[in-house]
Design a protein around this ligand. Structure first.
Ligand SMILES: [Fe+2]
Ligand SMILES: [Fe+2]
Length: 179
C-alpha cells in the first residue's frame, strides 16, 4: 500500500460518520430535539479520529515532508487551503461542543446552533476529502520516491500506534479534572 492509501481508507470511515450525521440531522429537524449523547459521540469521533489521528498524520507527517520539497505554486496553494480547512473543522467542532453544553443545561435555543454546525460539518468534510483524494494526494505523491513513500507509511503506522494510549490517557486526565 502507498502512504496515501492509509489516509484514503480513513476517509471512507469519516464519510460513513458524516452520512450518519446527515441522517441524524433529518431526525433532529423533524422532531426539534437532539440527543446530546449522539452529539458527544460524533464530536469524539471527529476530534479523536478525523482530527487528531487523521489530520494529525496529514499535518505532522505528509505536509511536514512536503514543506521541505519544491512544491509548485498550485500544490502549495492547495496545501495551505487544506490546513485552513482543518482549522475551520476544529473551530466548527468547538462551537458544536459549546452549543451542546448549552442545550444540555436547558437552553433550547442552542438547538439551532447545533443543527447549523452539524450541517456545516456534513457539507465541509466530503468536499475536503474529495480535494485530497482526487487532487492533492495524487499531486503530492510525485514529490516522493517509492522508498520515501514507504518510509512515510511506516511513520503513519507508528503515529497510529500511539493514538490509543493518548486517547485513554486523556480520558483519565479529563475525568480526574471533574472529580
Ligand atoms: Fe485533510
Ligand atoms: Fe484527509
Amino acid at each position: 500500500m502507498q502512504a496515501r492509501g492509509l489516509l484514503m481508507v480513513e476517509h471512507r470511515l469519516i464519510e460513513r460518520m458524516i452520512w450518519l450525521i446527515r441522517d441524524a440531522l433529518g431526525q433532529i429537524e423533524s422532531t426539534h430535539e437532539v440527543d446530546p449523547i449522539f452529539v458527544d459521540t460524533a464530536v469524539d469521533f471527529i476530534r479523536m479520529y478525523a482530527d487528531r489521528t487523521h489530520h494529525g498524520k496529514e499535518e505532522d507527517i505528509l505536509f511536514r515532508d512536503l514543506s521541505k520539497r519544491p512544491l509548485s505554486a498550485e500544490d502549495q496553494r492547495v496545501m495551505s487551503e487544506l490546513i485552513e480547512e482543518h482549522v475551520f473543522g476544529r473551530e466548527t467542532t468547538r462551537a458544536l461542543v459549546n452549543a451542546n453544553t448549552r442545550y444540555r443545561t436547558g437552553d433550547e435555543s442552542a438547538l439551532a446552533e447545533i443543527t447549523s454546525r452539524l450541517h456545516t460539518l456534513v457539507e465541509f468534510y466530503p468536499k475536503h476529502i474529495e480535494k485530497e483524494d482526487k487532487i492533492f494526494f495524487p499531486a503530492s505523491r510525485a514529490y516522493f520516491t517509492g522508498e520515501e513513500d514507504q518510509a512515510m507509511l511506516a511513520e503513519f503506522w507508528e503515529f497510529d500506534r500511539k493514538m490509543i494510549h493518548e486517547k485513554y490517557k486523556s480520558v483519565v486526565e479529563d475525568l480526574k479534572k471533574r472529580l
